[in-house]
Design a protein around this ligand. Structure first.
Ligand SMILES: [Cu+2]
Length: 174
């Protein structure tokens, strides 16, 4: 703002020879970006604002990238593999009860048509973690292969994302 053109103060305004600038009270003494008059100085300020906007956008993109990486937390869990249909009744159990149910849940049940369709997950430390599609395929193969009737323990490795595990590896445990 060209101060020399300011004639006098009226309330929150500078009365200038050409136009009236509205200046917010708290920014009156600062270099303000809120002037309405466009002159060469303001044009430069507009560029400044653009630069700031670009910097802020880049910052926002950075933050989103960080949170996406955070949302994909690497996990390695060992527990009992169970089908989603049966696990649904036990997700609110105490960790002890959930673990007991998962341990006693049988291979036979896990391979019933409805249970296969529902997909699989793991109960580790008493907590339920459903698998993604790849996890479901690997879990079904594990159930088909195992000689155990129940207590079907496995270690799953992958990424935790929105409560699900994006399974990379599923291996027999014990
Ligand atoms: Cu079942």
């Amino acid at each position: 703002m060209k101060k020399e053109t300011a004639v006098k103060w009226v309330g929150d305004r500078y009365i200038t020879a050409r136009k009236v600038l509205i200046v917010p009270c708290d920014e009156r003494h600062n270099d303000d970006d809120h002037g309405i008059v466009m002159d060469d100085n303001n044009y430069l300020k507009e560029l400044d604002i653009m630069k700031r906007a670009i910097a802020l956008s880049l910052l926002a993109i950075g933050l989103i990238a960080v949170s996406t990486v955070r949302a994909h937390e690497k996990v390695k869990l060992t527990g009992y593999v169970v089908d989603v249909v049966c696990a649904a009744d036990h997700t609110k159990d105490s960790p002890e009860d959930a673990t007991k149910f998962a341990a006693e849940h049988t291979k036979e049940c896990a391979l019933m048509e409805e249970c296969v369709k529902g997909g699989y997950g793991i109960i580790a430390d008493g907590k339920w973690y459903p698998f993604d599609a790849k996890g479901n395929t690997l879990a079904k193969a594990l159930f088909e292969k195992t000689a155990k009737k129940d207590h079907i323990k496995a270690t799953v490795e992958g990424m935790k994302h929105e409560g699900k595990i994006l399974v990379e590896k599923l291996t027999d445990a014990e």
